[in-house]
Design a protein around this ligand. Structure first.
Ligand code: 3EB
Length: 350
């Protein structure tokens, strides 16, 4: 594996390939997320020492995978890595960038019992993340991947995604983080089962948080989407050595703050791609050159109903051309009326 110095790369491997990387390649793995066809044995050892988030989320298409295998999205660094564990957080960092993972069970409702178990687990997870970043001197959160079971379920009088939003925002506030404007990119999806699992990427240089002019910023969503707004930006533009990395948040068929095209997965896909184009346009304006385009993104497509995969692929073929790089995963999207969501990243030399 040869990589230009100071570059940070994203690649997609099967779990079997990931498990057999060998010591040299393994020493360059900053961290990874594995999407497994359920069920997952959490007691089993992870194949390599790097932070590895295991998510129960079956791959539907985009990568030929044996039934017991998994899709692994891997972040590689060309620099020497340091790793450690702090509380429930496992991390590796390279002097510029840190990747960490945390898994927390929904055990109890906290000392005051005013939280729900998911809300409290979320708040504890984010407090731990902020604690690690402070301890290790990586003040800037670039991007988070949030996965939880039954995201559309209800308990304690509140949808579980809204409970998650409460816990997340409380932790941001408690740790004196911005909850509007300068916030990280993210996604939040429903896994088939398992604990709250979060992966995060952070750095020492401030990222640029991008918003989509077609959408109200999520941190300004009105209260009918929950008592606390979701704390995320539409994308993070990150400078890493000689590279610039664009990390686009989960993007769906939302214009303003409304879901459009309920019940029509192809129309939702078109709207989502138009939203991605709008974010790309903002990123290119910032970069002062047309560095980014739909065709060069590295996609993850979350699909609520597995039968919809072909319909979504058709629209992506039409709009992007048939050679796009995407994996399709079966997941619950955080609004009941959303049938799909797309997230993406791209890395370019400046
Ligand atoms: C949306 O635009 C769709 O709560 O972290 C996308 C990306 C969504 C991130 C999150 C939620 C989150 O509101 C849902």
């Amino acid at each position: 594996m040869s990589m230009p110095l100071e570059s940070l790369n994203n690649c997609r491997l099967s779990f079997s390939e990931f498990s057999q990387l060998g010591p040299e390649a393994e020493s360059h793995v900053l961290g990874a997320i594995g999407y497994f066809a359920a069920p997952l044995n959490r007691a089993a050892e992870t194949p390599i020492d790097a932070p590895f988030l295991r998510v129960s989320m079956p791959a539907l298409a985009g990568m030929p995978i044996a039934p017991a295998d998994a899709v692994c999205d891997v972040w590689l660094s060309a620099s020497a890595l340091t790793q450690g564990q702090c509380g429930d957080v496992c991390y590796r960092h390279d002097g510029n960038t840190l990747f960490g993972v945390i898994e927390l069970a929904e055990t109890d409702a906290g000392p005051d019992a005013t939280s729900t178990p998911l809300q409290f687990a979320t708040e504890r997870a984010y407090r731990q993340i902020f604690g690690v970043l402070e301890t290790l001197g990586y003040p800037f959160l670039f991007r988070l991947w949030n996965y939880m079971a039954d995201i559309n379920g209800h308990s304690h009088g509140q949808e579980r995604y809204r409970q998650f939003n409460l816990g997340r925002q409380d932790a941001f506030l408690a740790c004196r983080r911005d909850v509007v404007g300068n916030v990280p990119a993210a996604c939040a999806l429903g896994s088939a089962s398992g604990p709250l699992t979060i992966a995060f990427m952070a750095g020492r240089q401030a990222p640029l948080a991008l918003e989509n002019p077609r959408q109200i910023s999520a941190y300004n969503y009105p209260e009918n989407y929950g008592p606390r707004s979701p704390t995320f930006s539409r994308a993070s533009l990150v400078r890493l050595g000689s590279d610039e990395v664009l990390l686009i948040s989960g993007t769906a068929s939302i214009v303003g703050h409304d879901t459009l095209h309920a019940g029509d997965v192809q129309a939702q896909t078109h709207e989502t791609l138009t939203n991605l184009e709008a974010i790309i346009q903002v990123a290119n304006l910032q970069a002062k050159q047309p560095l980014y385009s739909l065709g060069h993104l590295f996609f993850r497509v979350y699909v609520r109903h597995s039968v919809d995969v072909a319909a979504i692929q058709d629209v992506m073929d039409q709009r992007i051309g048939a050679s796009f790089n995407a994996v399709f995963l079966q997941a619950d999207v955080c609004r009941q009326d959303l049938l799909m969501e797309i997230e993406a990243s791209a890395s370019r030399p400046v």
